[in-house]
Each structure stands twice: as C-alpha cells, then as structure tokens.
Design a binder for this molecule. Sequence first.
Ligand code: NAD
Length: 498
Amino acid sequence: MEGARSAEGATGRDIEIGFPTDQVLIGGAWSAPDGGATLDLENPSEGSRLAPIARGGAADISRAVNAAEHALAGAWGALDATERGRLLAALGQKVLENADRLAELEALDVGKPLVQGRADAIALARYLEFYAGAADKVHGETLPFRSGYTALTLREPHGVTGHIVPWNYPMQIVGRSVGAALAMGNACVLKPAEEACLTVLAFARLAAEAGLPPGALNVVPGLGEEAGAALAGHPRVNHLSFTGSVATGALVQAAAAANAVPVTLELGGKSPQIVFADADVEAALPFLVNAGIQNAGQTCSAASRILIERPVYAAVRDAMAARYRALRVGRALDAGVDVGPVISRRQRDQIETHLASARDRGVRIAAAAPLDAGLPRGGHYVAPTLFDEVDADDALAQQEIFGPVQVLIPFDGEADALRIANGTAYGLVAGVWTRDGARQLRMARALKCGQVFVNNYGAAGGVELPFGGVKHSGHGREKGFEALYGFSVLKTVAIRHG
Ligand code: NAD
C-alpha cells in the first residue's frame, strides 16, 4: 500500500491514508455509493475529522448481493477448495507485509495504541493462514446404512453471507468471519461500522491485490439502520454473521428470522477472572489488568470483573492498583501508550455516567490512572478506574460498560465464586487462576460461558480455538474449525444402487 510514513510521536494529521475512503466495493469495482452521500470518520485521539466514508444504503446492498451471486455463479464459485486456500494464504501474506501500516490506520481510526493495532493485524494474518490451510480439509462422511445404499454427506457453502462488524476490532472480526466464509466458498457482503472502518477498506484493497475474484468480497460502509438493516433483511442473503451489541443483535436475529436465515450472534459480555488464594498471583497480574484496559476496555471479552478469594484480596487489589497508577493514557500514535481514547464523545459520556453514578452510590475507587493535562482537548479520554469491594449485584458489576473500568469483588470459596461469576445476563469468557487441578476442571465445567481460560486469559488470541457466547453473549461459534462448519451447510445424499 502507498502512503505509509513513520508514526512515532505523530498526530493523526501527519499520517496519509493513501487511498480513497468514500467508496463502496461491489463486484470488484470501487465506486461512490448510490446517491453519493458520505459520513465522516473521526480521529478519537484528537476529536478531529479524519476521512469521509461512503453512506451506503439499500440500493448498494442489493447491488452487492447481486455481485456476490454473480461471483458464485462465475470465477469464484468455480475455484476448488485448494485454490481458495491459496488465495487466502496470499492475502494473509499481504496483511503481514502491511501490518505496520494497518496498525497506523487502526490507531487513527479506533484510537488503538500502535502495538495493539499491530497485534490485530498479525491476528488477521493468522486467521487467513489458518483458514487457507483448512479450506481443503473440511469434508463430509460416508455413513453406514442399509445394504444396497451408499449414504454420504457433503459440506457446501451457504451462498451469499452477510457480515456486520463493529468498530472495536475490525481486523480481527473480519478475519474470523470473512476468512472462514471465504474458505468455505461463500461470497461475502461486509458492512463495517460507521465509527471506524479504515482497516476494513484497506483489507479489501489487499484482497484485490492478492487476486480474489471480483464479487467474492463486497464492502458497503454505512449506517447500521440503513446499510446494516438492509443487509440483515435482504431476502437473498443466505447466512448472517453479526458482532455487536445485544440490542442490535436482537434486531438482526428478527430480520434473519423473517427470511428463515441462520445467524451467528457474537454479542457483549461481563466476563470475570477468578483468582483463588492458591493462584500464582505474579503470573496473573498482567492478565488481570491488561484484560480490562486493552483497547480502552472496549473489548467484548474484557475481564471487567475480577473476583478475588478473600485471603489474597488486599494483596491482589494493591498490586493491581499499583499497575493502574503506572498506566500511560495518551494519543494512540504516541510511543509507549497503554490506553488510548475511547471511540467517541458519546461512548465517553456513557462511561462517565457510569462512573459518576457509582461515585454517588459510594462505591470506593481502589485506583485510577492519571490523565495528563496536555492531552488533546478534543480527544475522548477516560481515566482507567479500578473499583474496590463492589457488590456483585451493583450496576457496575452487572452492566457492560465498554470502557477502561474494572470492579474487584471478594469471594469466599468455590461455590461463592461460581454464584457470582455466573450471576449476570452474559456468558462470554471466564478466567480461573488456581494451582489446584481438580478445581480447574470443576470450575471449567460449572462456569456458564463460551470459553474458560485456566491460568491465562484469552490464550494469546488463539485463532484455532472456537469462540462465542451463551445467554446474552450470543450463539453460534466463530474461529477454529467450528467457524467452517457454521459457514457451510450439510447435505445428505443417499444412493440406492442395489
Ligand atoms: P452495535 O450493535 O451498535 O453495532 C455493531 C454493528 O451493527 C455496526 O456495524 C452497526 O452499524 C450495525 N448496526 C447498527 N444498527 C443496526 C441495525 N438496525 N441493523 C443492522 N445492523 C446494525 O455495537 P457497537 O456498540 O458498535 O459495538 C459494541 C458491542 O459489540 C459491545 O456490546 C461488544 O461487547 C460487542 N462486541 C462483541 C464481540 C464478540 O465477539 N462477542 C466482539 C466485539 C464487540
């Protein structure tokens, strides 16, 4: 990609984006959206206008679905699984080569510190590598059946898949959903988030450079209630993958239901990390804090609740508090920043409302990171805040705040830990820190969530590991081979041959 420049210490205005951002990609061609309207992206580190994006709508979505169907009937549909895998591998290589550039775009657009954006770009490349290798390894079976018959199953693509993604991890979420859908031979229509989508647009350009046939991947930016709703409700979309809030997920599921279309929902969370008294606290500490403040807490699997067994409560709290006080909050492109801004003024106001109401209720603060007076006035900065001895039923411990806010909750023994951990509407991730092997297994089985991490949190991204939620965190699984099963349909064939 053109336009890369060193970003260290720079402000957003010093970086060139290097491609037109106000277009939709349909059938392999970039063009203005129907009607030509645009929306503005903002640089959250400065509060300044960053770039225009297309305000796609229903007409663009219809054209994109047509283009996807055309690709399935043409060059894309004609490729075999090995050839699809090769294209994904080539795309993964391009992403790796452009990782620094993608990290800069993510920093400008999402406000994500460079080191975190770079990790997302590497994760995107890993998804593409994984699904490149897996594309020709998903197979049906022959089934024992009556004599005189041969019965078998075939795995086939759904056809046109719709992908609606949020702003917080555009690269990772596109990698896990679009990567898997393409591997199985679907043609994708992708609606990125209106708050941040530069890396999605850059990725689509890299896909064309890698040789992806026209129409295999179509991208229509726009507002959720316009382009998003049109995609969710389109009668010729055969599968929907949605990542975002619970409320929007319900709308998407309702739209899918009207067309009897399967839908994967990756929604929010209020995930706990549980620290037992026998845990290796030194090993746990970086995970306890990082999982709360990474991407300024705007992570579906953020560990927003830290449950600590009472004998070690004070020691863990004090060690976490010390780390909080040392956090550096700053512009995403500055060197050495731990926490960037949150995505928007609206998001910041919502978080500040939670913080103010907790203070009014008298919830004690264990520590807050300092905010430098020299930060840009227009930027959306929130001081990372750690709350002490929070009641498990308090709003801070029940609602997804989606900001750099963690609550500490003391507990007494395994049963109490489970009651608190399972006591929210969500069920995405849980972390368990204990040296007791039997307890590790008991906890892993009893926690009501999609994934449990024992003596780690997040398994370093683990693209190979299925991911998804239960309860209000959603349903269906992405990542790993499970995503390939989700992005395909099983067909049964029974042949009577005598
Ligand atoms: P959101 O639901 O507002 O937006 C997500 C996407 O949906 C955006 O692309 C948006 O344009 C689109 N959208 C909005 N209204 C729509 C409609 N009526 N029809 C169709 N599409 C519509 O979510 P958000 O606030 O941007 O993202 C934050 C939420 O996402 C949090 O709850 C977070 O936990 C969740 N999330 C979950 C995961 C996961 O893997 N489980 C990952 C990242 C984020």
